[in-house]
Write a new protein. Structure first.
Length: 45
């Protein structure tokens, strides 16, 4: 995973892919949180 290096031309994690992996995990957690929040909100109606 090196999309940050290809897009922006710098390597914040020296090419290990840790930064990109954490971005992907954070996005998944955010989507899941929004989904469960909206689901919980709709069940209370």
């Amino acid at each position: 995973m090196d999309f940050i290096e290809r897009i922006f031309g710098f390597s914040p994690d020296n090419g290990s892919g840790t930064f990109e992996g954490s971005i992907v995990i954070a996005a998944i957690v955010l989507v899941a949180a929004v989904y469960f929040y909206r689901r919980q909100k709709s069940l209370k109606k």
